[in-house]
Each structure stands twice: as C-alpha cells, then as structure tokens.
Design a protein around this ligand. Structure first.
Ligand code: NAD
Length: 496
C-alpha cells in the first residue's frame, strides 16, 4: 500500500509515527493509499525546518520572491490537469469542478505575485520639525495552515502563496482525507525555485493540530473547517499567544422573490446546491421562496434534477460521490429526519443510479420541500447534495429567517427589483452576498470570509486581510541629529 509521506525541508519525511489513516478513492469505495499521522515530535521537526529557513527567506528580496511566485504560477497553470486528477481520485469531485477549484486558487497566486506593491508602507514627512515617520510590514515567522477536505487545492492556495510571498515560512497540515494535493503543490513550488524548508507539509489529525497550536515557534494559525473545531482552534491558538483566523461552517440561504426569472433561479439552485455533491462551504443549502411562486419553482428544479448524471468524476458525470461512507450515511440520514419532521421529499437521492462502481460513496441529488425551521434538516450544516425549501409569505419574513441563522458565510438574492436587492444587501447579516449570483466567492483582491459562527477572528482569507494577517506593521520615527537638538528635557515628547 502506497504511503503519503510528510514533506519537510524539500524531501519526503517518514517521521517517527506508526499511526496512519486510510485515504479512499470515493468513487470506487476502496482504500487507495494510507497517510501518515504525525506525532508531536514530527510537528517539532516540521516547525524546526520552517524556522531554520525563515531568516534567509525573509531577507530574500521582494523581486526574487516575486519571480519564484511567477514561476510557480506558470507551472501550476501548465500542469493543472495532473492536479485535477489527484483531486478527483481522492475527493471524488468531477474533473471539471476540480479544474474550477484550481482556477480559483491560481487567482490567489496571481494576487500574491503583486507582493512588492502589497507590502508597501506609508511615509509622513516632517511630523515634527525635522522628524519623519514611516511604516514597514514584516513577516511573522513560521505560520501554520490547517485545511479541510472539501477544497484540497484551493483552500491551501488561499493562504500559502501569500504567506510565502510576504516572507514567512509555512507548515501546512492538509486534511488527512485527501492529503496528496498539498504534497504535489509543495514539490511544484520547489521546482519553481522555492528554497527547501519554506513550505513544509505535515500530515495528521488532532495530534498534529494540537502540536501546532501549542508550539512556541508557530506565530499564527490559519484554519478552515467545521464550526466546533474552528472555535476550538481560535480559543486555543489565542490562549497560546498566536494570531488566529479560523473559518468555520455554513448554511447558505438563497432568497427568491416572486419577480425573479424562475428558470434562471432553478438553474442556479441546481448548480449551487449539487455542485461538488454539496460539499462546498458556499453551497446553497436552503432556498427561501417568497410565495406565491414556490410550487412552480419546485417543479422546475425537480425537472432539472432528473437530468443530472451521478458517477465517477473521471467519466464525465455531473456529480461525484461523497467523501467517505460515514459521511454519506450521515447525509442520507437527514432524509429520514425530514420525513419524520413532516417535510416533503420531492426527489430522493437514495438508491440513485450511478455511472460508477457500486461500492462508491453515492447519494443522488435530493430536494426537500416545506422544511420546518425547527427541523435539524434546516438547522444543521448537512454538507451534502440535499437542497431544502422553506416557503415564506414576504421579503421581510425571508430576511428575518436568514438573519436568525447562527452561520453568516454566504447568501444570495434572486430578483429583478434593484431596490429590493439593495435593501437586502444592506439588511442581511452575512459576510458574502450575491445579487443574482448564487456562489458569491469574492475574487482574490477582495477577502473571503463570513460573519458569526462562520469566522472566528477578525481577518478574512486572502486579499487585503490576508496581507495584513501574514505581516505585522512597524512604525519608525526618525530624525537626523544636529547640535540644536541637544539639552535635557524629561517631559513626554511633543510634536512641534
Ligand atoms: P473538519 O473541521 O472536520 O476538519 C478540518 C481540519 O481540522 C482538518 O485538517 C482536520 O484534520 C482537523 N481536525 C479534525 N478534527 C479535529 C479535532 N478534533 N481537533 C483538531 N483538529 C481537527 O472539516 P472538514 O470535514 O474537513 O471540512 C468540512 C467543513 O469545513 C464544513 O463545515 C465546511 O463548511 C467547512 N469549510 C468552511 C470554509 C469557509 O471558508 N468557511 C471553507 C471550506 C470548508
């Protein structure tokens, strides 16, 4: 059985652990390889590698760092099909979706190539007579990045290119469920000219995460995953004196007003609800439909769902499997809960016909109407191909429902009424808003992140927040002395 090893100091690293976890091919339902699970001393080895590489990398000129990033961007773009194949084999998402994930990651690499501009400080001349003040931004040191299973390439790419461009060195701990993409990208970065030890990949579970959270030489933690773990990461990292950004789970609502074009709404709902089998933090999982158009919309969505093909992502299907058997069983359990709670299952994804191996972790697209808002189908993050419909009598009732959610990641409104859309944008308590755009993931030069239980910390990912997160500001007050500055004065310095 192939073992996925750690990548430390530019070489494959076994570490001392004897523990491994299975990595599945979800479309076949078989264990494809095993991944190592680090011990605390393996964490220390990774942090030591990153710490040793830091002084030289931080001193490397901006133009040299920029040129390594440009080469990485070119290599990644040229070889994206290889990476997409790895994503599909370990995550299960279809190849076209895997390529889309890489394209969004590439945008952040492109943003990071602008680092000479992004690191510029400010300058004020003559703040007092003959005194100037200016600011610089400096890297933090060794930064830790902990990523989830659902975007094995894009989420690491949200962080490590910018962290490295800013002069930091990295220990990346990818999800143990699909760990190979991170190692592949680290090797590619080395090929692009990145010095050994600047980007290290450490595999593992809670032991590895706790090792990073408690390690005195780790300056910051960037985490993406479920809400309970994000909260734990934020609290533990902060208690250990680290800078922390912890992005959590989501339950994204799409508000449909009666004036919207229902065919376009149905297309968007299907794409945003079932792409990547619903395993996206920005997936639409609840349609909030203002009456009287719900019956018509449900019919249009169900018709489109009957044309979706489910199967092995390598065979050109629309939707792939879920990540593990346990997760598939958990998600399909929500269909039973929906029936018990009195909702109407319009399309049932259990027993779906698939273009793939029978042991794959399959669940077909599922549509549930009239979901009671007390039901766990509504309140829980399901993270699978289950789209719920909640009918409301008015715009106000729809916005109030969305604002009561504990999550605040993404939301969308579909309408042709500009006034209503503008009102929604201002009234909704959610971090990322789409107006007739169902998955409003901001481009790389804005920042990505939600509100409430979808983000712990005050920095979002990438964009301006990312630059701030991975650097700290120094303010310098300077004058060039001449004899007129002599004399003793113990008073607090005043500006004149
Ligand atoms: P997860 O929380 O189970 O795992 C995320 C990371 O935490 C992994 O690297 C994992 O190894 C580690 N981890 C797991 N259990 C841990 C524990 N007890 N202690 C310490 N570390 C632990 O999340 P997942 O299932 O891999 O990913 C899906 C979740 O991620 C969903 O909730 C989804 O909404 C969320 N997500 C959020 C965003 C966002 O931008 N807000 C983006 C992608 C995914």
């Amino acid at each position: 059985m192939e073992i996925v090893n750690h990548w430390l100091n530019g070489v494959s690293f076994d570490g001392e652990s004897t523990r491994t976890a299975p990595v599945y091919d979800p479309a076949r339902g078989v264990v494809a390889r095993e991944v190592r699970l680090a011990t605390t001393s393996d964490v220390d080895a990774a942090v030591r590698a990153a710490r040793a590489a830091f002084p030289e990398w931080a001193e490397t000129s901006l133009s040299k760092r920029q040129s390594v990033l440009f080469t990485f961007r070119e290599l990644l773009n040229a070889r994206k099909d290889e990476l997409a194949a790895i994503l599909t084999s370990e995550h299960g998402k279809v190849l076209s979706d895997a390529l889309g994930e890489i394209a969004r990651g590439l945008e952040v690499v492109e943003f990071a190539t602008g680092i000479p501009h992004l690191m510029k400080g400010e300058y004020s001349e003559n703040v007092s007579t003959g005194v100037d003040v200016y600011s610089t931004r400096e890297p933090l040191g060794v930064v830790g990045i902990i990523s989830p299973f659902n975007f094995p390439a894009m989420v690491p790419l949200w962080f490590f290119p910018l962290a490295i461009a800013a002069g930091n060195t990295v220990v990346l701990k990818p999800s143990e469920k699909d760990p190979s993409a991170s190692v592949w990208m680290a090797k590619l970065f080395q090929e692009a000219g990145l010095p050994d030890g600047v980007l290290n990949v450490l595999h593992g579970d809670k032991v590895a995460v706790d090792g990073l959270l408690h390690h005195p030489d780790v300056a910051s933690i960037s985490f993406v995953g479920s809400t309970p773990i994000a909260k734990y990461i934020y609290e533990t990292g902060a208690a250990n004196g680290k800078r922390v950004q912890a992005l959590g789970g989501a339950k994204n609502h799409m508000l449909v007003l009666p004036d919207a074009d229902l065919d376009l709404v149905a297309d968007s709902a299907v794409n945003a609800g079932f792409g990547s089998a619903g395993e996206r933090c920005m997936a639409i999982s609840v349609l909030v439909v203002v009456e009287p158009v719900a019956d018509e919309l449900v019919e249009k969505i169900a018709k489109r769902m009957s044309g979706l093909t489910v199967g092995d992502g390598r065979r050109g299907c629309d939707m792939g499997p879920l990540i593990t058997r346990e997760h598939r069983d958990r998600v399909s359990g929500y269909i039973d809960i929906a029936i018990e709670d009195g909702a109407t299952v319009v399309v049932d994804g259990r027993g779906v016909e698939v273009n793939g191996e029978s042991d794959g972790f399959w669940l077909g697209p599922t549509l549930i109407d009239s979901v009671p808002t007390e039901s766990r189908v509504y309140t829980d993050e399901i993270f699978g191909p289950v789209l719920s419909i909640v009918r409301v009598p008015s715009y106000d009732a729809g916005v109030a429902l969305i604002n009561r959610s504990r999550y605040g990641n993404g939301t969308a409104i579909f309408t042709n009424d500009g006034g209503a859309a503008r009102r929604f944008q201002r009234e909704v308590q959610i971090g990322m808003v789409g107006i007739n755009v169902p998955i409003p993931v901001p481009v790389a030069y804005y920042s990505f992140g939600g509100w409430k239980d979808s983000l712990f910390g005050d920095s979002k990912a990438y964009g301006p927040d990312g630059v701030h997160f991975f650097t700290r500001q120094k303010a310098v007050t300077r004058r060039w002395l001449d004899p007129s500055h002599g004399g003793i004065n113990l008073g607090f310095p005043e500006n004149r």
